[in-house]
Every structure is written in structure tokens, then in C-alpha cells.
Design a protein. Structure first.
Lengths: 326, 334
């Protein structure tokens, strides 16, 4: 019950100043601005009608007049300005603004800085409590080129590094959104080659060129659902089971894993999703015995084979060097 | 129940208006006699309970309730609200500045901060600022999905110590109980950390939020934590991740059209033929033999490590260990 009042009271104290600042604003627009239904807004206004200054006679009470679908304040009972921001509100807004100020290319940092200064001035000494954010700096030129293409609704040709395949490719894409997720920048676009919506990590875009043709993602191109985070398990993914030694335990935190079974001495068994076997083979091979593939068997076999091939090639190199030396 | 809460909301609005309008401190008795709603209290005790709750509610909403006495003859504190402390200052944003504010308010993908940002927007709108919340194609978001985030943020904002189970980093990963005076929560490169004074170790420490297990239990009174005024929370986290210095250069050969990841990490020195295969020689900054050996050995026969010898050896040992780990039947338990 108290949570209800905690939500409603700040709104009740804001409504009169809001309508004072906007004579004749439609009820529907006001409700949307406060994030409530029109019905709730009318209930709030009816409540305010009962409020006012000691004396509580005509002229002391709040008075609002409805004319059609708009509201005009005739008596404000001294509620002319909204309540100042709480420390939590000021923190949420100012830390967000400062975070945006650190994203040149993605946002217009000059207007962010002017807005920050004005809000700081208006907020007064609310103080800022213990939240700080710093994001990966993306290549400003790449980010700005992507943003321009989005604003001008143009298609792009990019050169893109795909970590899964460890390869670089040229793609023509129709940009949809510029996203910042989990601390990194991504371009969401329709990829004409893959014929699907893809997320391109900005730090892996090696070159970007704006085309004269308009961006035309198919009307049924669905924006990526990021409500559960960046990693979306899909039907394309397979699952591998790895046994981890303590020194390789970190990969369970670094990559998305489905299941972690802990053993004594810091060992663990994890289930890990992967799209490209070559990627997982590189990972396991790099961990040098710190990780062992338990399943699927063909992947375990492939890791062993790659390791033996590498060792054999190394032996040949060493022999050749010895031959040259003698 | 709605009637009860509406009655309370109405009483609170009237209380705020009354206290804003007065210059003199008003005693509780005077408020009881004046503000509609309090007359319903059936006894003195019921009134004081009601009034106490209402004062707390106002303070929690950030309403600067002043207490004091009109004169030395007064026997109890009175109350008032100073208008200049209550009201949001004048603010006038240009369209592009308002757009920046709208983008900032949508940054948080976590209910605690998103709710607070929405509360700020409501007040800015009430101050006459036009903020258009239509989503554009640029959508920066900062998420905090860790269950420990909400209780830790609450503890930071309340200035209250907390105790929780923390899984240590590093190979052993044991669970240790910690008692921390929280100074702040920090998101660095998409990961959240708590920075604070660790009471057991009597020093500043940071904890990755994903390694903090629920429940996070507040202990001791609110306002007991003193944050050092000169603390740089972000600087403290970043300092922990300073890359080690460059101690040399690794030289490797990769076949043509392969190992793009390594090419991106280093510099291509030029085309070289190795055992009759066309390829390139690369140079990679060497900060840690262990780390570069991991990157290189992943490429297996698609990389030839040329220099330095300790890196050649480290990569060979990785391959040997990987070969050994994968030589038997794969199904056996670790």
C-alpha cells in the first residue's frame, strides 16, 4: 500500500505544475507523459480538487477546468514548480548523461554536455550517489559513419571480421539500429548475403562505405530481441561438454555456458553453446590441456588431430633449422 | 483499500501544501487541527503514529522537511518546508539537449535506475521541459541483470554496510563470506563491480557482481558508511585491469588468407614463404608469454611461432597438453 503512495505522491505534486506549464494540453498526451492511463489521470485530478491551502475554501483549493479533452489550471494552491529531484533520480539521470557523453560518434556529445550542465545547475546539491559507468570506446569514425547512414537511411557496404570463422568478408547491409549492449557497440542490420537480421560488432567493422541506394530492410525484418541479453541460444547452436582444469575455469564466466558442475580442487564441467566448431577447436587448443572436450566425440577428436598436426609441423621446422645450422 | 490509500495521498498533498505555505514552524498539534484527514484519528496515539509515518513518507520522497521551534517557549519541534529547497530550479532545454535527456532516461535497462530516471523525467516535464520519448535508431542501453545489483545499489544509496557470499576469482574459486561498506557500483565494459571498504581485510576492495551470491544482507544502521570524498570509483576498477607492460615482440608466420584474428592483433611485417607455402610474417606485442601463447596455439598448424624461443616453447607445450588431453576415449570423467 505504501508503495502505491510512494509512486502516486510525486506524480500528484507534479501534475499542477505540469498543466500550468502547458495550458490546454490534451489529457491523452498528459497521461502518456506520466506513463499512466487517462482513467488514472482523471482520478488523480479528482483527488487534487480536494486539496489546497488551510482555509480550504474557494480560492484556497486547487482548481482545474476541463474543456473538452484539455485541462487548464485556474488555482494552483502554491504548487507552481515540481519537487526537486531526489538523489536517486539525479544520479540515474546524470550518470546516464555522463555515460552518453563518453560515446562520441554514437551520440551528439556537444548537446549531451550542454544538457548535463543545465541539469546539474537545476538539480542543486542533490549530490550523486555511488554509480559510475564506462563503456568500451568504439572507433569514432566507424560509429559516426553508421549513425549517418541510419539518419540518412542509406545502405552500407562493410568489411567485417567474423570471429567464429576467423575470417573477413564484404557484405552489403541495410542498417536498422545502432545499439549499445553489454558495454559494446553493435550495428543491427539486414544482411543481404545472409538474408537475415544480424548484429555486427562495431570493433570488428574494418571498413565502411555508404552507398547511394536507400536502406531497405524487408518489412518483416524483426529487430533483435535483447530483453534477455545479447546471447540468444538458437537452433543453429550446438552444445559441447568441456572438463575444465582450475586454470581454465575463467571461460565459464567469459563465455555463455548453460550448466556448470563444480568438482573438488576448482575443476568444473560445463555445457557450452557454439555455432562454429572451428571457433571451439581454437578455444580448446589455446587452453593447452586446461580444457578437455568430453562431448561431442568428433570435436574431441578434431582438437587432438589439430594439436598433433601442429606438433608434427613444429618438428619439421626444428629439423630444418638444424639442417641449416650444420 | 484504494479508498484508504487515496485518503492518505490526499492528506499528504494537503500536508505538503500547508507546510510550504507556512513561514513559521507548525507544531504537530496545529497540523492535526488544520490539515484535513488527521481529525479522523481516534486517539492521540493514533494521530502520532499516522503523523510519524507521513513524515517518513515525505522524507523518503526527498521532500526537505525542516524541524525547529518558533521560540524558546515552544515545548516541541514544529515543521515547515522551505520553498527554495523544495522546488526544482529553473531549467530550459534546447531541442537537441532535450533529445539527449530522453536518450539518457532510456539508457538504463534495470528497474531501479530506469524507475529513478523516469521519476526525473516526470519532474522535468512538470518544469515545462518537452522530452520526446520516441525511440530513434540509436539505442544505447546499460543493463544490470545480476541479482545482487538491486540490494547493493539500495545499500550504497542508504549508506549501509552489507554482508554476502563471494566466489573468489582465480583457479580455486572458493566461497568466502564478506562484510563490506559499499561505496559504489561501477559498470566497466559491460561488467558490474562493487567497490567498498572490506571490513575483514581492512582495505578497499572490488567485487564482480556476478560472483556475489544472494542474499545480500544489509547490516547496521543506514548512513553508517562514509565514502571517502576523493574516491575515484571508476579509476579504482580500471587500475585493476591495467594491461601488463609490453615486454617484447612475438614474431609469427601465418598462411595466406588464414588466421585473421592474429592479423588484427598485430602488424603484418610482409609476405614470407614458409616451407613452400605463401603467407605473411606478423609481429604481435608481447605483454605476457602465457596470453600470447594461448592466442597462437589455438590456430594449431595455421601458425608457426618464430620468436622469442620461450614463446615457441610455451606454444609447443600447449599443443602437447591438448594432444595428451584428447588422445583417450572422450567420455571419461575429469
Amino acid at each position: 500500500m505504501s508503495a502505491g503512495v510512494a509512486d502516486r505522491l510525486p506524480r500528484l505534486l507534479s501534475l499542477v505544475p505540469y498543466f500550468l506549464a502547458r495550458p490546454g494540453v490534451p489529457v491523452a498526451e498528459a497521461a502518456a507523459d506520466f506513463g499512466i492511463s487517462e482513467k488514472q489521470l482523471r482520478r488523480d485530478l479528482e483527488l487534487l480538487w480536494m486539496c489546497g491551502l488551510p482555509g480550504y475554501g474557494p480560492g484556497d483549493l486547487v482548481d482545474l477546468s476541463f474543456s473538452g479533452d484539455t485541462v487548464t489550471v485556474t488555482e494552483d494552491a502554491g504548487m507552481r514548480r515540481p519537487l526537486r529531484l531526489t538523489t536517486a533520480e539525479a544520479t540515474a539521470l546524470l550518470v546516464a548523461l555522463r555515460t552518453l557523453g563518453g560515446l562520441p560518434g554514437m551520440v551528439d556529445t556537444a548537446s549531451v554536455q550542454r544538457a548535463t550542465a543545465k541539469i546539474e545547475r537545476a538539480v542543486g546539491d542533490a549530490g550523486l550517489a555511488g554509480v559510475a559507468v564506462d563503456l568500451t570506446r568504439e572507433e569514432e569514425a566507424t560509429t559516426a559513419a553508421v549513425r549517418t547512414a541510419l539518419e540518412q537511411r542509406r545502405a552500407l557496404r562493410i568489411r567485417y571480421y567474423t570471429a567464429g570463422r576467423d575470417a573477413v568478408s564484404q557484405r552489403t547491409i541495410d542498417p536498422m539500429r545502432l545499439l549499445l549492449v553489454e558495454g559494446r557497440g553493435y550495428l543491427e542490420a539486414w544482411c543481404r548475403r545472409a538474408e537475415g537480421v544480424r548484429l555486427f560488432r562495431l570493433d570488428r567493422v574494418e571498413a565502411v562505405e555508404q552507398l547511394d541506394e536507400p536502406a531497405a530492410p524487408p518489412p518483416d525484418a524483426e529487430p533483435t530481441d535483447l530483453s534477455a541479453g545479447l546471447f540468444r541460444p538458437s537452433a543453429e547452436h550446438r552444445t559441447a561438454v568441456l572438463a575444465l582444469e582450475p586454470e581454465a575455469r575463467w571461460i565459464a564466466e567469459y563465455y555463455p555456458v548453460d550448466e556448470v558442475v563444480e568438482f573438488d580442487g576448482g575443476r568444473a564441467r560445463v555445457s557450452m553453446r557454439y555455432a562454429d566448431p572451428a571457433w571451439l577447436i581454437r578455444l580448446v587448443l589455446g587452453l593447452g590441456g586446461g580444457a578437455r572436450v568430453i562431448d561431442p566425440p568428433e570435436l574431441a577428436e578434431a582438437v587432438g588431430r589439430r594439436a598433433r598436426e601442429a606438433l608434427a609441423a613444429g618438428d619439421v621446422n626444428a629439423e630444418q633449422e638444424q639442417t641449416w645450422d650444420s | 483499500m484504494r479508498l484508504v490509500s487515496s485518503a492518505r495521498a490526499e492528506r499528504l498533498v494537503n500536508l505538503v501544501l500547508c507546510l510550504l505555505a507556512t513561514r513559521q514552524f507548525l507544531s504537530a498539534e496545529r497540523i492535526r487541527a488544520t490539515v484535513p484527514g488527521y481529525a479522523d484519528a481516534p486517539s492521540d496515539e493514533a494521530f502520532f503514529r499516522m503523523f510519524e509515518r507521513d513524515k517518513n513518507e515525505l522524507r523518503e520522497l526527498g521532500i526537505p522537511l525542516e524541524t525547529g521551534r518558533r521560540s524558546s517557549f515552544d515545548t516541541a519541534d514544529g515543521y515547515r518546508i522551505a520553498r527554495q529547497d523544495y522546488e526544482l530550479g529553473e531549467i530550459d532545454l534546447e531541442a537537441d539537449e532535450a533529445a539527449a535527456v530522453a536518450l539518457a532516461a532510456r539508457l538504463w535497462d534495470t528497474p531501479q535506475l530506469a524507475g529513478a530516471a523516469h521519476g526525473a523525467l516526470v519532474k522535468l516535464r512538470a518544469a515545462g521541459v518537452e522530452v520526446d520519448e520516441t525511440r530513434g535508431p540509436v539505442q544505447p542501453r546499460v543493463r544490470a541483470a545480476e541479482p545482487a545489483f538491486a540490494p547493493l545499489l539500495a545499500a550504497v544509496q542508504a549508506g549501509r554496510a552489507v554482508t554476502f557470499d563471494h566466489r573468489r576469482g582465480g583457479p580455486t574459486g572458493e566461497i568466502v563470506r564478506r562484510t563490506v561498506e559499499p561505496w559504489g557500483v561501477v559498470s566497466w565494459r559491460g561488467r558490474w563491480y562493487l567497490v567498498g571498504h572490506d571490513r575483514d581485510r581492512e582495505d578497499v576492495r572490488s567485487f564482480r557482481l556476478s560472483r556475489i551470491a544472494e542474499p545480500v544482507t544489509p547490516i547496521g544502521p543506514a548512513g553508517a558508511v562514509t565514502v571517502p570524498p576523493d574516491i575515484d570509483l571508476m579509476g579504482y576498477i580500471k587500475h585493476n585491469f591495467d594491461p601488463p607492460p609490453v615486454i617484447g615482440a612475438a614474431r609469427v608466420w601465418v598462411p595466406q588468407g588464414r588466421a585473421y584474428g592474429l592479423r588484427r592483433l598485430g602488424r603484418v611485417l610482409g609476405p614470407r614463404t614458409h616451407r613452400g607455402r605463401a603467407g605473411d610474417e606478423l609481429e604481435i606485442d608481447l605483454r605476457s608469454v602465457h596470453l600470447v601463447a594461448r592466442w597462437l596455439s589455438g590456430h594449431g598448424p595455421d601458425v608457426v611461432v618464430l620468436d622469442p624461443p620461450e614463446l615457441v616453447e610455451a606454444v609447443r607445450l600447449n599443443w602437447e597438453a591438448a594432444a595428451k588431453a584428447h588422445e583417450g576415449p572422450p567420455g571419461s570423467a575429469p
